[in-house]
Design a protein around this ligand. Structure first.
Ligand code: GLC
Length: 585
């Protein structure tokens, strides 16, 4: 019965997608797929390793720092092939210690490792039989880098996957190149036929890595020039490795087994398996001068946020050409490991939160337990559990099993908390409940005077992680959103309007870099995007009250998104305390 329910539930998902519609990989059924994905679902957390010849220039070419991600230096600087090949003569990772890398990942709580076997520059980290552009034939190191990593993973019980760039290849003739016409390149030697490249390099290399290594995951990337026919050529190779998991980046509209949001955490869970991949600084491949490291707190909270939305977190390290993982990455992995030592039960094997949003943190669930991850420890000594209908039979801190008082006041559960938080980054509290969670999805809604407050704790921040750092912060009890310095990041709220009608939109904002009157914002209500507006503002102390305009807002659940304008790259920083929807009489 449960399976039937599951299939019916799966079919109920939006028509554009349904688990039952896309089980395919080579025609398995839902339960076979679930069995194949089980370890991956439970694992939640993996290490991404971007390593190759690009770690030699490490972001600098002919004395100039090349912008963009480090592993793209050949493309971004349009380095001639012969010159780029010369870098391989300096790739000599004599300090490479795969066993130490695997132990480091394991100590951080990571259950799988995905390493680049061949990236867009076409360089193979193993001894390819179809090319001499590999670590054995082209470098002084002269040995396969992937076999010892595979052996270390087997020793330490860590799953292993290879990233393989199946289309882009900036050295072998005919390989695809982003932003270029098929068959062309920036170097004479690039000219060639893409199909010939696929048959002579990509196909045999995918075949050899799947045949010669104990792989659990194959991670495709950038499917430029990939038609369905070309994708089919490579896709049938996954039969070589029964149980193999693949991602959605092969091309040919194949979804694979998981989607791969990059450098961001989706605002809500996705209705398909997903894995958010992210760098600790702003580059996948090593750059000697990228020191813009995300804090351990940010990374731990990303892990929790992702798990609370039902996803996996693939966190990247970019080793140097000597085979060393940068010290700031090692330090962050150790901090994550310390948190996981006490709290990993609230991550591994859990599923997404039953709550739509929680003002004080996140939630995961497993076997009749709710794991509350409290980010903002309340001064008032308690938190509300909004909308939970189940009976709570027990409450305690996960780390030291300290019992906590919980009571229901007729409308909702209140949890009394000790004054001092058990963990400055995220404290985990376990609620044992009767039955499967039943939760009313609560939304910000009209107050007694009809106003609808949209505050930071109920908003979704949607941003790319390449350096964008917009986040909610608490300044002595005043919560606000800071570092809004790019148009690629925007804010969204879902809210309930119990009355329909016209509302004036007011935003409390401030900026140290520009006058409030110069700020332009653009509102989107549900599917209607308004014109960008320059704010009329009233100064209120060190904040300004900006009028965004008036809108007709229907009764029921609505969504509002707020964008910075005009289009551009970097903006003066903006901070936002809240939005108020004020009924216009
Ligand atoms: C992008 C980049 C690639 C990187 C990948 C990681 O596709 O092109 O260099 O390996 O992101 O997700």
């Amino acid at each position: 019965m449960k399976k039937l329910f599951l299939i019916i539930f799966a079919m109920s998902l939006t028509s554009s997608f349904s688990q039952a519609d896309w089980i395919d990989p080579l025609n398995e059924n839902l339960s076979q797929r679930d069995a194949r994905m089980e370890w991956w679902h439970d694992a939640k957390f993996g290490m991404f390793i971007h390593w190759g010849v690009y770690s030699v220039p490490a972001g600098t070419y002919k004395g100039e720092q090349i912008s963009g991600i480090g592993e793209w230096i050949m493309r971004n600087a349009e380095i001639p092939v012969a010159e780029y090949r010369d870098y391989a003569k300096e790739f000599n990772p004599v300090n490479y210690d795969p066993d130490a890398w695997v132990r480091m990942a394991k100590r951080a709580g990571m259950k799988y490792i995905i390493i680049t076997s061949k990236h867009h520059d076409g360089f193979a980290l193993y001894d390819s039989k179809v090319s001499n552009w590999d670590v054995v034939d082209a470098t002084p190191y002269g040995k396969d880098l992937l076999r010892p990593l595979e052996e270390a993973c087997i020793r330490h019980g860590i799953k292993l996957g290879f990233y393989y760039s199946q289309a882009q290849d900036w050295v072998h003739p005919g390989g695809a190149k982003a932003r270029m016409e098929e068959g062309t390149g920036w170097d004479e030697s690039h000219i060639g036929d893409f199909d010939r490249y696929l048959h002579e390099i990509a196909y045999p290399q995918v075949k050899e890595i799947l045949s010669d290594y104990e792989l659990d995951v194959l991670w495709w990337d950038t499917p430029h020039w990939m038609t369905k026919e070309r994708a089919d050529l490579l896709r049938r190779l996954i039969k070589l490795r029964p149980g193999l998991i693949t991602n959605n980046r092969l091309g040919g509209d194949y979804q694979g087994d998981m989607s791969t949001p990059e450098q961001k955490v989706p605002a809500t869970g996705l209705d398909f398996d997903w894995e958010s991949c992210m760098t600790m600084n702003n580059t996948w491949g090593f750059k000697s001068y990228d020191d813009d490291w995300k804090s351990a707190q940010t990374l731990i909270r990303h892990l929790i946020d992702i798990a609370s939305k039902g996803g996996n977190f693939l966190l990247n390290v970019g080793p140097t050409s000597l085979g060393e993982i940068p010290q700031p990455s090692i330090e962050r992995l150790e901090s994550i490991g310390k948190w996981m030592d006490k709290n990993s039960e609230s991550i591994y094997g859990t599923s997404a939160s039953p709550f739509r949003k929680l003002p004080w943190g996140r939630c995961t669930q497993k076997e009749g337990k709710l794991y509350l991850h409290v980010f903002d420890w309340p001064e008032e000594g308690f938190i509300r559990i909004p909308g939970l209908r189940n009976k709570v039979t027990k409450a305690y801190t996960l780390a030291d099993k300290k019992r906590l008082k919980i009571r229901h006041n007729g409308t909702e559960w209140y949890l009394r908390l000790p004054l001092k938080s058990p963990d400055p980054i995220a404290s985990v509290i376990v609620l044992e409940i009767n039955g499967t969670p039943e939760v009313d999805p609560l939304y910000p809604s009209n107050e007694w005077d009809g106003k609808i407050p949209l505050n930071p704790d109920m908003c979704d921040i949607e941003q790319h992680g390449y350096g964008d750092k917009m986040q909610i912060t608490d300044d002595n009890g005043t919560e606000y959103i800071r570092n809004w310095n790019t148009n690629r990041a925007h804010l969204s709220w879902d809210f309930m309007n119990t009355n329909g009608g016209k509302y004036r939109l007011m935003a409390e904002i401030r900026s140290n870099d520009l006058a409030a009157s110069e700020i332009q914002l653009q509102i989107q209500l549900n599917d209607n995007r308004e014109k960008p507006v320059r704010l009329e503002t009233i100064q209120l102390g060190d904040w300004s009250l900006g009028i965004l305009g008036e809108l007709d807002i229907p009764r029921g659940i609505n969504s509002i998104q707020l964008y910075r304008r005009p289009m551009g790259e970097k903006y003066p920083k903006l901070e936002l305390k809240n939005i108020r929807l004020v009924p216009v009489k």
